[in-house]
Design a protein. Sequence first.
Length: 254
Amino acid sequence: MGDLAGKIALVTGGGRGIGRGIACRLAADGALVAVHYKEQEDAARETVGLITAEGGRAFPVRAPLGEPGDVQTLYERLDRGLWVQGEPAALDILVNNAGFNIPAGVADVRPQDFDRLMAVHAKAPLFLIQHGLKRLRDGGRIINVSSAATRVAFPESVAYSMVKAALEALTQALAKELGPREVTVNAVAPGFVKTDMNKKRWATREGEATHAAFSVFRRMGRPADVADVVAFLASDDSRWVTGQCIDVSGGSFL
């Protein structure tokens, strides 16, 4: 507790799953966390409640991503929430976590699905960063949540793999550009994490065992497994790490 005291963090898709784990961990380390969500207000408020119950500070921010005007709407509502908290319209940590999957192989993927995936996983992070730079204080942290699907062949989700690869390319390019401000830009690449996303794949005991077997630890990932690495990248301990994509798949596919 305290490593991130005085810091302001925005976690997109922070209401559930990996995003919730990240939001709770950053708040436990002392950051004021804006918990972004698109539709599931109850989940976002539950995340805020979990944080405040432990003595942390957080507030929800509702905004769409992947739609016209999304970035402007998000930052307007973020600034309003910060004002209510008595804080300036500033930012120290941006975690681009919001996302979803539309599984499909090359024969079945649809143009509209590819466009939706690209809009949320790659376009939104790019312009959230672009418009957030005037708020982002020197020495800030940008952390993008990618996927182990960029490292191994994952043909059943070809479009998802492609857009996550675009996010990793963005990570590397911005790390070089923002270095003079001592802003680090990194990504984390989870494997199979037991959340609501794709939950049908591991809804049964057999399905979970199949996915757990990919990891050398013989279990599926937990949100905290990813959140702990994100917390490191958000801290001063990671000051000499930038432009990297850190695998947090539990040694999957080794």
